[in-house]
Design a protein around this ligand. Structure first.
Ligand code: ATP
Ligand code: MG
Length: 225
């Protein structure tokens, strides 16, 4: 049996006293791409945030490789190997591409290790190599999304949570970003992908979940959704 990297069991979560997720059973196997789709406000981002300890878990559990991480703090969760790319504000526009990547490696103490890691990450993102000394603010929306994913990869995550990485991108970049996500998975990283662009997002997913008003309305092979 493949390992479940992340699992939620009967997860009830929200903000303050407001309940948004009503008993979510969710899991992702090692090296899978799981796509989460659903209408605006259905709780897709909240599910990622509840896994990350940003939204509040009221009852139920979040497991990471079988270990209970329910309501664990975000900084501890990142150090355990869970990477997160939020939808907006995901790069420092006043820093260079290189500085952004270095910040992503905060977890690695040794400078040579950081360099080595940057080389590995730039193999997946060769277009960023030529932009290393430019400010992230000068990149296009699509390039910034690539940088955000590259930066999250610098910390060697075993699983990445991506919140609508293709939102607001031109069709050319949608395909590029989704292809990069496949490459990242092929390099051994498990992917949880929230996608507004449902059709395209489901095309690259192994399995999918449809959330409606904070509940799983359907789950199954992504291509059958
Ligand atoms: P979208 O497709 O628009 O990104 P979503 O499925 O990601 O939607 P969520 O962002 O999870 O939806 O929001 C679910 C509900 O939780 C919404 O009703 C939203 O208003 C509410 N909500 C989200 N963030 C907060 C917050 N920080 N405090 C209070 N309520 C919030
Ligand atoms: Mg959202």
């Amino acid at each position: 049996m493949p390992e479940k990297v992340i699992e939620t069991i009967n997860l009830v979560a929200g903000y303050g006293k407001m309940v948004i997720l009503h008993g979510i059973d969710f899991y992702v196997y090692e090296k899978e791409i799981v796509t989460i789709v659903g209408p605006n406000g259905s709780g897709k981002s909240t599910l990622l945030k509840a896994i990350l300890g940003i939204a509040k878990v009221i009852s139920g559990k979040v497991l990471y490789k079988g270990k209970d991480i329910t309501n664990e703090r975000l900084d501890r969760i990142s150090r355990m190997g869970i990477g997160y790319v939020p939808q907006t504000n995901n790069v420092f526009t006043n820093l260079t591409v290189k500085e952004n990547l270095e910040m992503g490696a905060y977890i690695i103490k040794d400078k040579n290790e950081v360099k080595k890691r940057m080389e590995e990450v730039l193999e997946i993102f060769p277009d960023l190599r030529v932009r290393l000394n430019q400010l992230a603010g000068s990149l296009s929306g699509g390039e910034r999304q690539m940088l955000a994913m590259a930066r999250a990869l610098m910390a060697k995550p075993s699983v990445m949570l991506l919140d609508e990485p293709t939102a607001a991108l031109s069709p050319k970049y949608v395909d590029l970003v989704l292809n990069k996500i496949k490459e990242i998975r092929d390099s051994g990283v498990t992917i949880i992908l929230v996608e507004q662009n449902a059709r395209k997002g489901l095309e690259i997913g192994d399995r999918g979940y449809v959330l409606v008003t904070g509940k799983v309305a359907y789950t199954g092979p992504a291509r059958e959704i």
